[in-house]
Design a protein around this ligand. Structure first.
Ligand code: ATP
Length: 324
């Protein structure tokens, strides 16, 4: 059972005041783009058959109960973009998703997962959340559960605030911690170039830096709401108007933690990007292009300028996790 799942870019990421529980109320405008991870799920034939077999990374036995028969476990292998940075134990979000679904369904977590990554790891494009969403869809089908989407969304919300959107896809406003989603109408398609950075940024660290900056500057933080200009630009498919109103409250913090990103953003603007911003908690930078060709030109220019590890193109909106 193979499921393809998109990365997201936040067209707007507004961070409200820090709550007593340490979290922030957010207003996110999520946009799913055609940069896909792929998760394949098989019934786990047991440790003997999963110990080797030419996988890019030696599989880790992620979970198995002492009383379970062979095969009653989740194993995972990861290939592709920065695969060596992805954990193979119970902290892998795909593994957590398989375990959560099995628990909900009251069955043994019997599955072998293979993740093919194209979404940058710790890149601010919700790659781990995407893999969790894909795993929910793949295991639901593999195990013949047929859970309603709303139930999968509920499990997704427990796994992490970006996981529900990876199921939902398209373009959506997310509120609360990002998990309450309302679909946004979009005309046409938007074309993007993404500059992938050397290494990643920890989301928790970026939020921490954002809090520190706000405290240091005494900034009064308003209650966030979705930008009317942004929603209007999406509704009519106006890339130029959209580029002018892209926003990310985490950007100043990400730029402080990863100083070379300022040059990356400048280089993209100099090559005619309609908008340039750090994606989510970074360090990936997103550039809105005028057309598909312009996105390719931008990606080539960013690589040639030496301001990123690599650059890729994608377009959105695209659907959420789906079986291929
Ligand atoms: P977000 O934008 O949702 O905050 P991100 O895109 O910045 O996340 P991820 O790629 O999701 O970052 O990875 C964050 C961390 O999660 C990684 O450093 C990695 O250790 C861990 N992780 C767990 N499972 C996965 C997975 N399946 N793919 C990638 N990273 C994973």
């Amino acid at each position: 059972m193979t499921v393809r799942v998109p990365a997201k870019v936040n067209l707007q990421l507004s961070v409200g005041p820090r709550r007593d529980d340490g979290y922030h109320d957010l207003v996110n405008v999520f946009h799913a783009v055609s940069l896909f991870d792929e998760v394949t799920a098989w019934r786990n034939p047991g440790p003997a058959a999963t110990g080797s077999g030419g996988a890019a990374i030696e599989p880790g036995i992620a979970a198995s109960g002492a009383d379970d028969p062979p095969g009653a476990s989740v194993t995972v292998t990861v290939e592709g973009e920065s695969a060596d940075l992805v954990p193979l134990d119970g902290t892998n979000l795909a593994v957590k998703a398989a375990l959560a679904l099995a628990e909900r369904a009251g069955r043994r977590p019997d599955v072998r997962l293979r993740i093919r990554k194209a979404i940058p790891v710790a890149g601010g494009m919700a790659g781990g959340s995407a893999d969790a969403a894909a795993t929910l869809v793949a295991c639901d089908a593999l195990w013949g559960l047929g859970l309603p989407r709303e139930e999968l969304m509920e499990i997704a919300g427990d796994l992490g605030s970006d996981v529900p959107f990876a199921l939902f896809g398209g373009t959506a406003v997310g509120t609360g911690r990002g998990e309450k989603l309302t679909r946004v109408p979009v005309a046409g398609r938007f074309h993007w170039a993404f500059a992938l950075a050397e290494g990643g940024l920890s989301t928790a660290e970026v939020y921490g830096e954002c809090d520190r900056l706000r405290e240091a500057t005494g900034e009064q933080v308003a209650w966030p709401s979705a930008s009317d200009e942004l929603l209007a630009a999406l509704a009519v498919g106006d890339a130029k108007a959209l580029g002018a109103v892209l926003s990310n409250d985490l950007q100043p913090a990400a730029l402080l933690l990863c100083r070379p990103l300022a040059r990356t953003l400048t280089a993209g603007r100099e090559h005619g990007a309609l908008g340039a911003l750090v994606s989510g908690s970074g360090p990936t930078c997103a550039f809105l292009a005028e057309s598909e060709d312009h996105a390719t030109t931008l990606a080539t220019a960013l690589e040639a300028a030496g301001v990123c590890r690599t650059a890729v193109t994608a377009s959105g909106p695209v659907p959420g996790a789906e079986i291929v």
